[in-house]
Design a binder for this molecule. Structure first.
Ligand code: VG1
Ligand code: CO
Length: 545
């Protein structure tokens, strides 16, 4: 076995987005493409010699091939040890848990999350640091800078076979390779956070649940925890087998893509509780019988009820939400007398707040919820949190949500995605919006909606002082309603415009409206001010959640 130094040339499109580098599989299959990026990651980690790395992915097409390449590169770059999930699998939250439990140097996740997989689908790669969380912007920018000038990478010659299917230790050159059970450390952590006895009793008393793993990496975790440790009947988990192409579906747990589960939960034989997770199992969708919980509400409800689960018996230190996430969590934080931080989109912005002990719970409107137990959002964790609440309250999902609205008011919320816009047109739309900002403050838009503040969100990290600008155009109305515009940083084809709409309704007699109806005026104003149809040449958003 020899260490080879391979000459290469830079690719100019390797800037990580909201969550790592995501491209079509065919882009990653170009000679040297993955290798360049991995070497760039290693090059910005000068103190890597002898360190332990964690590696795993969501099992999508190209996962195994990429794991082999990265292992040979890690061995050639002086790492002491790599922990890799069996079959190359690790969910994003499980990888975070493994890094933290074993005090590892960092980790590499292979996933394009909720994006479709398969030979014509997407692939992705993300680096996580020693706290278990996504590398912060200064690291991802350094990686990008390195990809622009890279001229060689190091890799072990290919003659050794690597066995990813057998647990235990093998060697690869001078490096130790340990194949670990992808579920064990994660399951052990979950058991420390929740009241498993109460949840077991809920299932034993006939509580019925459907968990849709969407043929993604969440399946083995859900099988082991729900049907294994917690005694849920077999069949509780559907689509539980990870497939390289996710069965041809978008592994995206929202009402637009998790249609099988939505149909099950709206039918006559609907279970009491429904949930789903995404490609890498860090997202969650929560459903009751004939009832959909928005992610922003879910965060607020978990916060309001946190002391009912063992992990938060002593209360919360603070909450953080991404800027476009609704202000429902802010209302809870105010009632609890704790701070609520507002960060840019993407989990990497929560890491510092969590490490500094400033917040205990975090969430995003995009079906992401998590806590200080790891440094990633965590799909199954949110599901167990809800199960624990159902078990100790004896209430239904809908009853818990309605009681929450009655106490705190309801934040009607929706996100409209306009997908597949040619990038130049999307950029022009955002530029035109930004150009209008100085004239929008104070504008009366009719229907009692007057813009109080119009700006481009910037975030000054209170822990390390770093500044992130241009994080989304905000229109904030005098009655607290908000419209936010930003472009997606996770897509692989053209641009996606995300329009986030929010309206606060304190009157409990007005809490049962369909969201699109409650938000109709805001939708009109958003489309009008941004001239969406004219810029995009589309007549309607492609996905509404
Ligand atoms: C989207 C979501 C964002 C989330 C990110 C990664 O980003 O809006 O809230 O953190 O995906 O989630 P964007 O830039 O496309 O809006 V995942 O589960 O894809 O890692
Ligand atoms: Co994900």
């Amino acid at each position: 076995m020899t260490i080879q130094t391979i000459p290469t040339q830079p690719f100019n499109d390797q800037r990580p987005g909201t969550s790592g580098l995501r491209k079509k599989v065919s882009v990653f299959q170009q000679p040297h493409y993955l290798e360049n990026f991995v070497q760039a990651v290693f090059d910005v980690l000068p103190d890597r010699a002898g360190q332990t790395l964690v590696l795993g992915g969501d099992g999508r097409f190209h996962n195994r091939a990429a794991v082999h390449t990265i292992l040979r590169m890690a061995a050639a770059n002086g790492f002491g040890k790599v922990l890799v999930g069996r079959k190359g699998l690790l969910s994003t939250p499980a990888l975070s848990a493994v890094i933290r439990k074993h005090g590892c140097f960092g980790g590499i996740i292979l996933s394009a999350s909720h994006n479709p997989g398969g030979p014509d689908g997407d692939f992705g790669i993300k680096y996580n640091i020693a706290n278990g969380g996504p590398a912060p912007e200064k690291v991802t920018e350094a990686i990008f800078a390195r990809t622009r000038v890279i001229d060689e990478y190091r890799i072990l010659s290919a003659e050794t076979t690597i066995d990813l299917d057998t647990l235990g230790i093998q060697t690869l050159g001078d490096m130790v390779l340990e194949v670990i059970d992808p579920v064990a450390d994660y399951a052990e952590l979950m058991e420390q956070l929740f009241d498993f006895d109460a949840i077991r009793a809920w299932f034993a008393a006939g509580g019925r649940m459907r968990f849709d793993a969407m043929n993604a990496v969440g399946g083995p975790y859900a099988h082991a925890l729900l049907e294994g440790q917690l005694g849920a009947p077999a069949g509780t988990v559907i689509n539980g087998e990870p497939l390289e192409d996710f069965g041809g579906h978008h592994p995206d747990p929202n009402p637009a893509h998790a249609t099988e589960l939505i149909a099950l939960m709206s039918g006559q034989h609907a279970a009491d509780f429904g949930a789903a997770s995404d490609g890498d199992a860090d997202r969650n969708m929560i459903l009751g019988r004939h009832f959909i919980v928005t992610p922003s509400d879910s965060l607020a409800i978990l916060a309001a009820n946190a002391t009912r689960i063992p992990a938060f018996r002593d209360g919360l230190r603070g909450i953080a939400r991404s800027m476009p996430t609704s202000c429902a969590a802010d209302a809870v934080a105010a009632a609890l007398g704790i701070p609520c931080h507002e960060t840019p989109t993407g989990w990497k912005f929560f890491g510092n707040l969590l490490d500094a002990g400033k917040v205990s719970l975090c969430g995003e409107e995009s079906y992401g919820t998590g806590s200080d137990h790891i440094r990633e959002k965590d799909g199954l964790w949110a599901v167990l949190f809800w199960l624990n609440l159902l078990a100790v309250s004896g209430q239904s999902v809908a009853a818990l949500v309605r009681a929450h609205w009655a106490r705190f008011g309801r934040h009607y919320y929706s996100r409209h995605d306009w997908e597949g816009i040619p990038s130049a047109q999307a950029d022009a739309l955002m530029a035109a919006l930004r150009a209008q900002l100085p004239t929008l403050g104070g504008r009366d838009c009719g229907a009692g909606l007057c813009i109080e503040q119009a700006d481009d969100f910037a975030y000054n990290d209170p822990v390390d002082g770093s500044l992130s600008t241009r994080q989304g155009v905000r229109l904030i109305f005098t009655n607290g309603s908000r419209i936010i515009f930003r472009l997606s940083g996770t897509g692989t084809e053209g641009a996606t415009l995300r329009v986030y709409l929010e309206r606060f309704e304190p009157d409990s007699r007005q809490h049962e409206l369909p969201a699109q109806q409650a938000l109709a005026e805001l939708i009109r104003i958003a489309e009008d001010i941004a001239a969406i149809r004219a810029h995009c040449g589309m007549q309607a958003p492609s996905v509404i959640t």
